[in-house]
Design a protein around this ligand. Structure first.
Ligand SMILES: [Zn+2]
Length: 326
């Protein structure tokens, strides 16, 4: 395997910046993420009393701006979660006292079109002084390894299974695909299982990393049980195409797509390690998103006549073993 691995719990802001930078720099998302995370890790090490705000900010909430105009002297960026009715100008006015300074926020977040922000988007709010430096992905070199226990930044690591909860998150290797967009609603209430019709995990990664492929899935499970994540759960991956289940169309918008490496010819076996990884992953996701067993479906269920995958995979066994775990 030649792909690099990245911690799974990547802050939204870091991820957004990586995606847009990957496009402008012609690099892979992972190359950019490694650079960004090194940068954040370096800041965490050099400023132990000031944890890196973009990474340790609280999750999205309905609360008003965490940025207060009374803190202009701050030298660390903060996070602002976009609310309904916001514009970059309005946010700039609130945090800087001037709508004209919107470009500082635009620049810090690599936003191409300042009109295109969305509710729930988390924006880096750079401090007024040094606002330019917060885009400092290419500035002074930082140590690649986090040595401060205060730093919570993952740097190019495989995230091990979490140990809390009934069905912990399995170990996942993140290799970001550019093929995703926003979910129209936050809802995640189904899981669609697929087969890749491709023989190797690396082949799937390479294909999903091509923006012209216009396809992706959230996860692919290798024959040996390795789980690679291509798209964050919160985003809409492009795996189901024209689809419908229980009268609802467009499964991509409200499901998580899981590929299994398999030729989908009815002959190629799904090894036990691969099946067990699928049970672990589906049980984790079902618990996390409260997905009902009848909404763990095959691609052929939701695109009948058009799709046959995952051919030969025992969906009933998957549902049964997942149900027993949740
Ligand atoms: Zn499929």
């Amino acid at each position: 395997m030649t792909y690099r691995t990245i911690g799974l719990e990547i802050d939204d802001v870091v991820y957004q910046r990586a995606v847009s930078k990957a496009v402008t720099d012609g690099k892979t998302i992972n190359q950019i993420l490694v650079d960004l995370l090194k940068d954040y890790a370096g800041k965490a090490v050099s400023m132990p009393s000031a944890p890196p705000a973009p990474v340790t900010a609280p999750p999205t909430s309905a609360s008003p701006a965490p940025v207060s105009p009374s803190q202009p002297a701050s030298t660390t960026p903060s996070i602002y979660t976009v609310k309904s009715g916001d514009t970059l100008g309005a946010i700039a006015k609130r945090v800087y006292g001037s709508a004209h300074k919107y470009f500082l926020i635009q620049k810090a977040n690599n936003i191409k079109d300042p009109r295109l922000i969305w509710v729930g988007q988390r924006l880096v709010i750079p401090p007024l002084e040094g606002a330019v430096a917060t885009g400092g992905v290419t500035s002074t070199p930082h140590p690649a390894v986090v040595t401060s226990p205060a730093a919570s930044v993952p740097v190019a690591v495989t995230v091990p299974s979490s140990t809390d909860g009934k069905n912990p998150r399995p170990t996942v290797e993140f290799v970001g695909s550019p093929n995703f967009n926003r979910r129209p609603h936050a809802e995640i209430s189904a899981i669609v299982m697929h087969a890749t019709a491709n023989g190797t995990l690396q082949g799937v990664i390479n294909w999903f990393n091509r923006s012209d492929a216009q396809v992706s899935a959230h996860y692919t499970i290798g024959k040996d049980g390795t789980i690679v994540q291509h798209v964050r759960n919160e985003h809409r991956a492009w795996h189901a195409g024209k689809s419908e289940w229980q009268g609802r169309p467009d499964l991509n918008s409200w499901s998580i797509g899981i590929e299994m490496v398999n030729w989908n010819n009815g002959q190629d076996p799904f090894p036990e390690a691969q099946h067990q990884a699928a049970v672990n992953l589906v049980a984790y996701l079902s618990g996390k998103y409260h997905i009902k067993p009848e909404l763990i479906v095959a691609h052929y269920d939701v695109s009948p006549g058009r799709k046959t995958d995952p051919r030969g995979y025992d969906m009933d066994r998957l549902r049964r073993e997942v149900t027993a775990r949740i």
